[in-house]
Design a protein around this ligand. Structure first.
Ligand code: B12
Length: 219
C-alpha cells in the first residue's frame, strides 16, 4: 500500500520524475498494474481534480498533475505493449480518440493500455482530433471498434457528429462505436446510437469482447 500512496502523492504534487520512478518500481516489483493505476496514479489525479473544483488547485497545478500521470502511464503502457498481452490468433483492431475540441486524454490512454494488455491491436489517434480526420483514419485503419472519449459537456456532442459522419460515409456497419468520458452515460449512448458505453477501462475491455462476440468475432 505504501507504493500506491507514494504514487498518489507524486501525481498530486505534479512530480513527474517521482511518478516515473514509481512506475518503474512497480514494474520491477511485479505489482498488479491495474491496482497501481487505480489506487495510486488515478487516485492522485482524482484528488487533484477535487482540489481544482474546490479552487485550491489552479489550472497550472492540474496540468502538472496530469503530466506526471501521463508520464507514469507511458512507462506502464510501454511494458504492456512489449509484453504483447495475451495474443489471440487474430487480434481485433481498436482505434481510440479524444474528440475535437477536447484535450483530456488520460482516460483514453488508460483504456488503450488495458485494451493492449488484453491482446487487442490498439491505434491511438490522439486528442483534439477533427471529426473529418477521425473518419479518414477509420477508412485507413479499418478498425473493428472505434472508441470516442469526451470529457467536456461541450465536446460530447462530437461523439454524435462522428457517428452521423460514419453513417453518411456508409461506414457505420463496419465499425462498432463505443463511447466514454466523465459526462457521458448509457442514456447518451442510446440517444446517439453508439454500440456501447463504459465508465472505466476494465469494463471497456469486457464491452469490446461482448460486442465482437455478438458479431461472431473480429472481421
Ligand atoms: C486532468 C484534467 C485536465 C487536464 C487534462 C490533461 C490531459 N492530458 O488529459 C487539463 C489541465 C489540461 C484540463 C484542461 C481543461 N479542463 Co479539465 N479536467 C481534468 C480532470 C481533473 C481529470 C480528468 C481525468 O484525466 N480523469 C482521470 C481519467 C482516468 O478519468 P476519465 O477521463 O473519466 O476516464 C475514465 C472513464 O471516463 C472511461 N473512459 C474515458 N474515455 C473513454 C473512452 C471510451 C471509448 C470508453 C469506453 C471509456 C472511456 O475510462 C477511463 C478510465 O477509467 C477533470 C475532473 C474529473 N474529475 O474528471 C477535469 C474536467 C474534465 N476539466 C474541466 C474543464 C472545464 C477543463 C478546461 C475547460 C479548463 C479551462 N478553464 O481551461 C480545460 C479544457 C481544455 C480542453 N479544450 O479540453 C471540467 C469539465 C466540465 C464539463 N462538464 O464540461 C472538469 C470536469 C473539471 C471541473 N469539475 O470543472 N483538464
Amino acid at each position: 500500500m505504501e507504493l500506491y500512496e507514494l504514487m498518489r502523492e507524486a501525481v498530486l504534487d505534479g512530480d513527474e520524475e517521482e511518478a516515473v520512478r514509481l512506475a518503474r518500481q512497480a514494474l520491477e516489483e511485479g505489482v498488479n498494474l491495474q491496482e497501481a493505476m487505480d489506487q495510486g496514479f488515478l487516485a492522485g489525479i482524482q484528488q487533484a481534480g477535487q482540489l481544482y473544483e474546490e479552487e485550491e488547485y489552479f489550472l497550472p497545478d492540474l496540468v502538472c498533475s496530469a503530466d506526471a500521470m501521463k508520464s507514469a502511464l507511458a512507462i506502464l503502457d510501454d511494458t504492456l505493449k512489449s509484453s504483447g498481452g495475451q495474443k489471440t490468433e487474430k487480434a481485433a483492431r481498436v482505434a481510440l480518440v479524444t474528440v475535437q475540441g477536447d484535450v483530456h486524454d488520460i482516460g483514453k490512454t488508460i483504456v488503450g493500455a488495458m485494451m493492449t494488455a488484453s491482446g487487442y491491436e490498439v491505434y491511438d489517434l490522439g486528442c483534439d482530433v477533427e471529426n473529418e480526420k477521425v473518419i479518414e483514419e477509420v477508412k485507413r485503419l479499418k478498425p473493428d471498434v472505434l472508441g470516442l472519449s469526451a470529457l467536456l459537456t461541450s465536446t460530447m456532442e462530437e461523439q454524435e457528429s462522428i457517428i452521423r459522419l460514419l453513417k453518411q460515409e456508409g461506414l457505420r456497419q463496419d465499425v462498432k462505436v463505443i463511447i466514454g468520458g466523465a459526462p457521458v452515460n448509457q442514456t447518451w449512448a442510446d440517444k446517439i446510437s453508439a454500440d456501447g458505453y463504459s465508465d472505466n477501462a476494465i469494463s471497456a475491455v469486457k464491452l469490446v469482447e461482448s460486442l465482437l462476440k455478438q458479431e461472431g468475432g473480429a472481421a
